[in-house]
Design a protein around this ligand. Structure first.
Ligand code: PMP
Length: 364
């Protein structure tokens, strides 16, 4: 018999693989447009690919379990203490480590309605009690989240910006929230998409680490650094928190390819700049296209946008699939009429916008 928390879980539904849809439709894989998993449409940095080839020589050896070089590179880039960095097999792994280390059965974990799927998965897997706070305008209602904290609360998750809604919290709102949270409660600020954002009011969570010892900032190499397949992410926190996370971390949770690729990716600033520019333009292209079709969307600063189909989102998803376009239904996030589309290349964005009117009329 599984634990009560696990019995409440359903497996995470990833984006449909390109190869599977190509087979189903009898098409070449190149004909499929996948805008379903907030991946980087540029493909990996060439410098990263060159680095990976040299890693093949050492396949028989375990990776560096301490991730020394990557932590040094991150510490230099972010101006943080390398001892406050914890590396994970994707930032999902770090989110899970946090719950495993802090949440006992029955303890509460607070997050927002429509928030990232991994928060409830990790909470329930640890037999914690998820406390989902109703959203405000699809985003985090920080006042209600602060009010939801009880003596049993151990962790609060905040995604800034949030996936799948894309909305974000400004510096003042987040600072007020941090001030109101008791120090015994960990605040996890999930900044998976932060590198895409230039807005002057968008806060850098790292700036607050010195003032709030209960703050953990998580980030990833899966998005702007284009390394989703290698699975590498990290948290930055106090050294004391990192020391706890390292107790529960599997000894070799990040493989050698991921470690080497992440170091090379951090150094390839040109690739990051191109990714960011492509995303800014792509977001605008998608917004304009949705405007033309008269569809409303939740304003996003991430590499995706979630829009209201005005119909059953799952059905529109299916009709888009038939046209070779993979997006993401968000019914599981409590948004049954919406779909999330990731920003692709200009051509991919256009292919999605071209397929959408016919897909919508088919379900109307
Ligand atoms: N947080 C958020 C808000 C995300 O959207 C994602 C990716 N979907 C992650 C964390 C995890 O990313 P990864 O495990 O690939 O680092």
């Amino acid at each position: 018999q599984t634990t009560p928390g696990v019995s409440r879980l359903k497996p995470y539904q990833p984006g449909k693989p390109i190869s599977e849809l190509a087979r189903e439709l009898g098409l070449d894989e190149k004909a499929i447009v996948k805008l379903a998993s907030n991946e980087n449409p540029l493909g990996p940095s060439e410098k990263v690919v060159a680095t990976l080839q040299s890693e093949c020589a050492d396949l028989a050896r375990y990776p560096d379990g301490s991730g020394y070089q990557l932590k040094q590179a991150l510490a230099a880039k972010l101006s943080v203490d390398p001892q406050g960095i914890t590396l994970g097999n994707g930032s999902n792994d770090v989110l899970d480590l946090i719950v495993r280390a802090w949440v006992s059965p029955g303890d509460e974990v607070v997050f927002s309605e429509h928030a990232f799927a991994v928060y409830p998965i990790s909470t329930l897997a640890a037999s914690g009690q998820p406390v989902q706070v109703p959203a405000k305008d699809y985003g985090h209602d920080l006042v209600a989240m602060a009010a939801a904290i009880t003596d049993k609360t151990r962790v609060v998750f905040i995604a800034n910006p949030n996936n799948p809604t894309g909305n974000w919290l400004d510096r003042d709102a987040l600072k007020t929230f941090l001030q109101s949270v008791p120090e015994r409660v960990l605040v996890v600020l999930d900044e998976a998409y932060c590198e895409y954002i230039d807005h002057p009011d968008y806060p850098n969570g790292l700036d607050w680490l010195a003032d709030y010892p209960n703050l953990v900032v998580t980030r990833t190499f899966s998005k702007i650094y284009g390394l989703a397949s290698l699975r590498v992410g990290y948290s930055v926190s106090s050294v004391a928190i990192a020391e706890v996370l390292n107790r529960v971390r599997q000894p070799f949770n990040v493989n050698s390819f991921a470690l080497a690729a992440a170091v090379a990716a951090l150094a390839d600033e040109d690739y990051v700049a191109r990714s960011k520019a492509m995303n800014t333009d792509g977001l605008r292209q998608l917004e304009q296209g949705l405007d033309v079709l008269g569809l409303s969307y939740i304003p996003s600063l991430g590499n995706f946008i979630t829009f209201d189909t005005g119909h059953n989102g799952e059905q529109v998803y299916q009709t888009l699939l038939k046209r070779g376009v993979i997006v993401r239904p968000v019914t599981g996030y409590g948004l049954p009429a919406h779909l999330r589309v990731s920003v692709g290349t200009p051509e991919e964005n256009q292919a999605f916008l071209d397929a959408l009117p016919a897909a919508l009329s088919e379900v109307a």
